[in-house]
Write a protein that binds this ligand. Structure first.
Ligand code: AMP
Length: 577
């Protein structure tokens, strides 16, 4: 099917199939579960739970337990070590994905197979089809800030890399990108270069060489797009010089990248001075992206969840150019596509694709359900609009009733399939005693306090948090990197505002009776979060997949150390004095 896609890809046909499938979402879900269990019922893992050939949802839920990555880890470890017996899937797993593991500091190993590639392409083409109704693309190119991390061999001889790298390496990826007019304007040598600083520089350069063909600027996550244009602010004159002289800067040392770029880069003084004039004419880089790429139709990447922080900065670079938020998935598997591209990133939703997995939802009506040991999930078509759930995934890649760790909210239905909004990671819980604050609570609190900074024309560049139990009583620590220097008075106000904005009753009560100490705001040196990013890359992560950890546990020694080495100043809240 995919081989033919280039020639026959028809967005309207994709939409037609999606509409038919989502109208019948309940039946498609049962059918998908049946297919998964028929294919993999004889695996060691499923045999253990005594399904005995049953493939219906009730037997499945009765026999197979809800699990987290820790429960599957011993099985995955054997696969990683080279055991090719049918452990989790009938067909042997030949590739392993490394999830970002930004919170605990350790990447997780996850099985990767052809079915995952297939569902990735289905997600990409589905959301593209809906986007193309609003913003049709012609034959052109995409400036895609994508990076393949280093792939290595596990001790059992399996190829291991981040999920995005595994996807970028698949032949289907190139075919699909061509079919949906999102072919990357950089050569593979740049995407898979050994050093992401050099790759990023060359992505920018290739984009500018092709500036009139670029119809789309994208990356997996919004963070990488913002990071790319912040870098551009530093290197633009060097890029102009390269284009003028047709010679790549000596800062790019990798020979394979140099050879690939030398084929594309010819002296072009006219283009160089055009870019130079364009950049010189901008005020504070506002509207940089459409100024550089006048034919770009939109900017595309995940802008929800922990990426929301970067949307303001992206809007600044984008001016009037639309920001379209991308789909929802994880290294373990995809969940939903953004089929409402007209919604602003802040309210983006994801329609679940009922044939890529079997999905269950644990209702989270009140926060204590988070910690319940016996959650009772409901089926995909039984969820209620307006309610929040933890999502459970079963798919063709060896995940059975797998707790992904995400909280989602049902915003409505597309035909019979739910449209989800990403709320937060479930396990990010700032918690000292009876208080419970999620990633979303943290984000809201930071947003509220950032407004005080905005009044001073400053912004929060990035943030994270930590629970400090080294002193009695324990207290929350929020780390901020900000875009300039604020007065001590403003920072004290921000600190108080952060503290007051955690409105969870447990927190407020504990603060009042002083069983939780004053919140501490630690201001970091500029560039601290770049240092954390560099550390993540050194650990084998890929920039495309980087998400700033919003809470750093004490186990994540190295990141804690980076944070602590970079504190410029710290403030304690007086909000409850
Ligand atoms: P990884 O496995 O490292 O790719 O991370 C997957 C996680 O990223 C998911 O479980 C979510 O927490 C988050 N994520 C993925 N897609 C989105 C999205 N569209 N919006 C918000 N968060 C997302």
């Amino acid at each position: 099917m995919l081989e033919k896609m280039e020639a026959i890809f028809d967005p309207e046909k994709v939409i037609e199939e999606f509409e038919a499938m989502t109208k019948d979402a309940g039946r498609v879900q049962k059918e998908t579960l049946r297919k998964i269990l028929e294919l993999n019922g004889k695996t060691e893992y499923l045999q253990k739970w005594g399904l005995d050939g049953k493939t219906d949802p009730v037997s499945f839920a009765r026999c197979v337990p809800l699990v987290s990555h820790d429960d599957l880890e011993p099985y995955i470890r054997r696969i990683v070590e080279g055991d090719v017996s049918p452990i989790l899937t009938r067909n042997p797993i030949k590739t392993i994905s490394l999830s970002s593991g930004t919170t605990q500091g350790k990447p997780k190993f996850i099985p990767f197979n052809d079915e995952l590639v297939e569902s990735t392409m289905q997600i990409f083409t589905t959301s593209y089809a809906f986007r193309s109704r609003l913003f049709p693309l012609q034959n052109g190119k995409a400036l895609q800030f994508i990076y393949g991390s280093k792939q290595f061999q596990t001790q059992g001889g399996l190829a291991a890399g981040t999920a995005t790298t595994n996807v970028f390496r698949s032949p289907q990826f190139h075919k699909t990108m061509k079919a949906i007019h999102a072919q990357c304007c950089s050569p593979d040598e740049v995407i898979f270069g050994p050093d992401f600083h050099q790759s990023l520089y060359c992505h920018l350069l290739c984009g500018l060489i092709n500036r009139f063909d670029v119809q789309l600027v994208s990356s997996t996550f919004a963070h990488s797009i913002v990071h790319a244009f912040k870098t551009f602010e530093q290197v633009w004159e060097e890029i102009c010089a390269d284009i003028r002289d047709g010679v790549l800067t000596s800062r790019v040392t990798d020979p394979t990248i140099r050879t690939a770029i030398s084929k594309l880069l010819k002296p072009n003084p006219e283009l160089a001075s055009l870019i130079h004039d364009t950049c010189s004419g901008l005020s504070n880089w506002y509207g940089l992206i459409p100024a550089l790429f006048p034919n770009a139709k939109y900017i595309y990447g995940i802008m929800t969840g922990s990426m929301e922080l970067y949307v303001n900065k992206l809007r600044h670079y984008a001016a009037e150019l639309p920001l379209l938020s991308a789909d929802y998935g994880s290294s373990e598997g995809w969940i939903g596509a953004n089929v409402n591209p007209d919604l602003p990133p802040e309210s983006a939703t994801f329609a679940v694709l009922p044939n890529i997995g079997y999905f269950e939802f644990i209702p989270l009506k009140d926060v204590s359900d988070f910690l319940s040991s016996e959650p009772k999930p409901v089926g995909m078509t039984e969820v209620n609009v307006g309610e929040e759930y933890e999502i459970i995934v079963t798919n063709f890649a060896g995940m059975y009733r797998y707790r992904l760790g995400d909280v989602v909210k049902v915003m409505g239905f597309h035909n019979a399939t739910p449209e989800l909004q990403f709320v937060c990671r479930r396990n990010l819980l700032l918690n000292i005693n009876i208080d419970k604050n999620t990633e979303k609570d943290l984000q809201l609190s930071v947003q509220a306090a950032a407004k005080l900074l905005a009044a001073e024309k400053l912004e929060v560049v990035d943030f994270t948090s930590h629970v400090d139990l080294s002193t009695e009583p324990g207290h929350y620590v929020i780390f901020w990197e900000i875009s300039g220097e604020a007065s001590a008075e403003v920072m004290k106000e921000c600190c108080n505002c952060l503290d007051k904005s955690f409105v969870d009753a447990g927190y407020m009560g504990s603060r009042k009776v002083k069983t939780i100490g004053p919140l501490e705001l630690r201001v970091l040196r500029r560039g601290t979060f770049h240092e954390i990013l560099d550390h993540f890359i050194q650990m084998g992560g890929a920039l495309s997949q980087f998400k700033t950890p919003r809470c750093v546990s004490s186990k994540n020694n190295k990141v804690v150390q980076i944070l602590c080495n970079n504190i410029v100043k710290s403030y304690f809240s007086t909000a409850y004095d």
